[in-house]
Design a binder for this molecule. Structure first.
Ligand code: TEU
Ligand code: CA
Length: 596
């Protein structure tokens, strides 16, 4: 039997009113994340670069996004794929130089695209001039005060200052003499330094005035070069609790098991009423109130520039009411909604997290920033195809490898397209991760010897890590490296499955994932969805497994039920994640229809 519409007219619970009048561009923008290493290689060395991005910018216009965000391209020893910056005012030679950046950004602006770059203020590289100076200068020096150096515990300082663990695994402290021979004067350097990530990523001391001043100057350096905004890395981590108290939790990447009182992102994807599903970091190293003062001071810097420049927080913070504090009127403009990203594929769970997101952001007058994939998580097309997806651990694993349960590829794609349509119908801004518009999956069988994510080794090779979602994109099915580079080189191996998701194959097929994305992005613009409203149509269907909301003149219906859902006769279909069968919406399908 198929599910049907209720006979009475649907009662709407209005959650979010439309944004009136002209608004800042970031309120409704669709922003495309370019992962520079993997987008396009302009010089054939197998690593993506700025020249490659410039050459492929037309694709972003074709797709119909408003802006691009580039992951870091700064000078870096690449110990964490560029999230370890040794000079914030230089481009790493593997990506090009400042002229290449200017060329890329000029072309983007000409094409009507805004440009957001990535700022990494929680830590520097150990190759940064400041850190080298700190090691040289020794304990008690002004140079050391820019970082988090402390004496160890135990009789001879042989124990770390506290019990914090690195997000990438292992202790969050390294003793100086474990790495550098600095006891030439006969005095052993037994201080420890904090690194919430890799040993090569020392945390900065944000109580230090010089650190604060320099980052404002870095903001100005890039604002003067015309960037429209910054994505702030680990925006919830810069300020640590007074006294650096011990913490009984462990820290880690998205992990997949819900366990209260741990710092790691552990979630089974079931949100509480407040939207929390265990997908946030807590503990004395995260989300301290003092961090907001920094963003208020950055807001003032941004204000001095024209054109509504924006800051977007990468903050794994829950509940959503805490996350909303980052986007108060005098702070940042956007904050990635990771509670949404980590929510399981389930009607009630989705409805709960969407409601909580919109409600909490409305309190501070900010748009919600929807996102399903990025360079740190298993791509949603792969994630949603994993087995036992509703039962826990497998929901958000830190990477998938050959020895792990493999995804159901067809199911994953079907659900991912529905999830994307459901997301893009919501008011607010949305981020897309390069390749998702082609249905690009993770490489889930990458041989371990290729892995480069530092978390892989630091976790004792127990988790795959993030390389699977960072594989270079496929552009032309029949070219070497699928058109990623002219030489066939590729810094991570591309699986055979990338042939079907190559841009040329996708663009030639009117029924492809690419054309679905393109069509929906056009509709989103035409119907002013991003600045629109959200009203749940409570009684739209007789089953709670079918959820429907109205945004302006568009109704978005997602069917999570096992049975098909029959649309009203004559319903005008605007878009559908899969073709309808006899006018009915199948399982795991999302449709946009025109409201009568
Ligand atoms: O990530 C921050 C980060 O720690 C998340 O990736 C993590 O999953 C979350 O906090 C849950 O614990 C950013 C970058 O996106 C990532 O690529 C970098 O490796 C990291 O910072 C360090 O700069
Ligand atoms: Ca290159």
């Amino acid at each position: 039997m198929s599910l049907s519409l209720t006979t009475t007219s649907p009662a709407a619970s209005i959650l979010h009113p439309a944004t009136e009048g002209a608004a800042e561009w970031w309120r409704n923008a669709v922003i495309y994340q370019v992962y520079p290493r993997s987008f396009a290689d302009g010089n054939g060395d197998g690593i993506g670069d700025l020249k490659g991005i410039t050459e492929r910018l037309d694709h972003l216009v074709d797709l119909g996004v408003d802006a691009l965000w580039l992951s870091p391209f700064y000078k870096s020893p690449q110990a964490d794929a560029g999230y370890d910056v040794s000079d914030y005012r230089q481009i790493d030679p593997i990506f090009g130089d400042l002229d290449d950046f200017a060329e890329m950004s000029t072309k983007a602006h000409k094409l009507g695209l805004k440009v957001i770059i990535d700022l990494v203020p929680n830590h520097t590289s150990d190759d940064h001039a400041w850190f080298k100076e700190a090691i040289e200068a020794g304990p008690g020096s002004a140079a050391r005060d820019r970082y988090m150096f402390r004496e160890g515990k135990g009789e001879n300082g042989e124990l770390p200052p506290n019990n914090w663990q690195s997000i990438f695994g292992g202790p969050a402290w390294t003793r100086v003499d474990q790495r550098w021979n600095v006891d030439a004067d006969g005095v052993k350097d037994t201080e420890w330094y904090l690194h919430m990530f890799d040993t090569r990523q020392p945390d900065l001391n944000w109580q230090n005035e010089e650190v604060r001043e320099d980052f404002k100057s870095i903001l100005r350096f890039w604002l003067d070069r015309g960037v429209d905004g910054f994505r702030i890395d680990v925006a919830h981590g810069m300020v640590k609790a007074e006294g650096l108290p011990d913490w009984d939790g462990t820290t880690g990447m998205v992990d997949g098991t819900k366990d209260e009182g741990k710092t790691q992102v552990q979630t089974d994807g079931t949100p509480d009423e407040d939207g929390s599903n265990g997908g946030g970091n807590s503990g004395p190293m995260f989300d301290q109130d003092g961090v907001h003062e920094i963003y208020r001071s950055w807001h003032e810097v941004m204000e001095q520039y024209d054109g509504d420049r924006a800051l977007v927080a990468e903050a794994w913070v829950e509940p959503l009411s805490r996350l909303a504090l980052y986007v108060r009127e005098d702070e940042m403009q956007q904050a990635f909604n990771f509670s949404f990203l980590t929510t399981k594929w389930d009607a009630a769970a989705m409805r709960t997290v969407i409601s909580a997101s919109v409600r909490e952001n409305d309190v501070v007058g900010a748009p919600t920033t929807w996102v399903l994939s990025n360079h740190d998580v298993v791509r949603h097309v792969t994630r949603l195809g994993l087995p036992a997806v509703v039962e826990g651990r497998e929901m958000n694993p830190n990477g998938v490898r050959a020895t792990d349960p493999q995804p159901d590829v067809e199911l994953g794609l079907r659900r991912a397209k529905a999830a994307t349509l459901q997301m893009l119908g919501l008011p607010g801004s949305a981020y897309l991760y390069n390749g998702e518009e082609f249905g690009t999956p993770d490489h889930t069988e990458m041989p371990d010897e290729y892995r480069q994510d530092p978390a892989f080794e630091r976790k004792g090779r127990t988790e795959a890590g993030r390389d699977g979602c960072r594989v270079p994109l496929a552009w032309e099915a029949d070219k070497p490296a699928y058109g990623f580079s002219t030489t066939g080189k590729s810094w991570l191996p591309q699986p055979e499955t990338y042939r079907a998701v190559a841009a040329d194959v996708q663009k030639a097929d009117p029924n492809s994932t690419f054309h679905l994305y393109k069509n929906v992005l056009r509709l989103r613009r035409e119907h002013n969805i991003g600045l629109g409203s959200l009203a749940w149509l409570d009684d739209f269907a007789s089953s709670t497994e079918v959820i429907a909301y109205q945004n302006g003149d568009v109704i978005v219906v997602t069917n999570f039920a096992d049975a098909p859902f029959a649309l009203p006769a004559g319903a005008e279909i605007l878009a559908s994640s899969e073709p309808l069968v006899d006018g009915a919406v199948g399982t795991d399908v999302c449709v946009w229809i025109k409201s009568a």
